[in-house]
Design a protein around this ligand. Structure first.
Ligand SMILES: Nc1ncnc2c1ncn2[C@@H]1O[C@H](COP(=O)(O)OP(=O)(O)OP(=O)(O)O)[C@@H](O)[C@H]1O
Length: 308
């Protein structure tokens, strides 16, 4: 059974269609990144999964049931984009309040405060918390009741680099325990190593979904080979430029060449065999590169639709 099944969903607000024919599944224990521009439809998709909205058309099933079923809701955890708490309550009181609302064990509260690094601040009022601390409290709130499905909307906003890493280590651990997770984020660097698949939305349409390797295969973006300490690099650059590659000099006897992935090994052999570089790095297209590719493609598609 999939944790989430979204089939042929259209979502309209009045006359505005914000999701068009959305089809998306999430397997149990899978981590999916959901990306898209402002207004692409990410939060709307989350709200459909949470049962806060009913689809105008199509079907959404969550953990084998209806999203608004109470038994299903109890197994969901949600970190909203803007977390709002009662400022007068302490962190611990806040979590106890949410635990009661959710029917989760109060015994979890201190354990979760520790997990998100808020034990020392547990008795302080939330109004004295920094933005990052409030975000961590929001995360602890989402983890109450050991959810089988966790939805995280912009979870790293306000988190410092170590707290961001800790968050991703936590999602890694939850995934190993079988939790299904959807992460919506505009902060792409750092997240890709923690995803099974990425989904890219633009203008309410799903532009791409798959493992990063699959998206790389589809997008056919170039791999960049960078090397430093290359002897007689001008000859090599000339040879590669003549062969149609985009090659250039970089600092400190460096060289950089962009090539289709299928040419990578051949270029590496030439580089390593003849020029004995002091260092070599192969840079695959990043999630950001893929995101930009699919956004550009969506832009030119809709321009095409406009002309038709
Ligand atoms: N309650 C509402 N009534 C009318 N339109 C809405 C409502 N909620 C969202 N929208 C519109 O639906 C579209 C998708 O919004 P949504 O919040 O899902 O986008 P998002 O991808 O989460 O954006 P962001 O990255 O800015 O959070 C936008 O055009 C938005 O203006």
């Amino acid at each position: 059974m999939n944790a989430v099944e979204i089939k042929a969903v259209h979502q309209r607000y009045g006359r505005l269609t914000v999701l068009q024919d959305l089809n998306l599944d999430l397997a149990e224990g899978e981590v999916l990144g959901l990306f898209g521009h402002n207004g692409a439809g990410k939060t709307t998709s989350m709200k459909l999964i949470l049962g806060l909205l009913s689809p105008s058309d199509g079907q959404v099933r969550v953990l084998g049931g209806q999203p608004n079923d109470k038994a299903v809701k109890r197994q969901l955890g949600y970190l909203p984009e803007n977390v709002i708490f009662y400022p007068q309550l302490s962190g611990r009181e806040t979590l106890r309040h949410f635990a009661r609302l959710k029917g989760a064990a109060l015994a979890q509260v201190d354990e979760l405060l520790q997990q998100v690094g808020l034990s020392a601040a547990a008795s302080r009022r939330v109004k004295t918390y920094s933005k990052g601390m409030r975000q961590r409290l929001g995360l602890a709130q989402a983890l109450l009741g050991e959810p089988r499905l966790l939805l995280l909307d912009e979870p790293t906003v306000g988190l410092d680099p170590i707290a961001t890493q800790d968050l991703y280590h936590l999602t890694d651990r939850l995934r190993r325990q079988g939790t299904s997770i959807i992460i919506c984020s505009h902060v792409l660097p750092g997240v890709e190593a923690h995803l099974d698949r990425a989904a890219i939305l633009a203008g309410g349409r799903l532009q791409a979904v798959g493992a990063l390797a699959e998206l790389r295969d589809e997008a056919q973006l170039p791999v960049h080979i960078k090397a430093s300490g290359v002897s007689e690099r001008h000859q090599l650059i000339k040879r590669w430029t003549d062969a149609g590659y985009s090659a250039r000099e970089t600092a400190r006897d460096g060289i950089e060449v962009a090539a289709h992935s299928s040419h990578k090994l051949d270029l590496l052999r030439q580089l390593l065999g003849e020029r004995s570089p002091s260092d070599v790095e192969v840079v695959q297209p990043s999630l950001e590169d893929l995101y930009r590719y699919y956004m550009d493609r969506a832009g030119s598609d809709s321009a095409g639709e406009g002309r038709a």
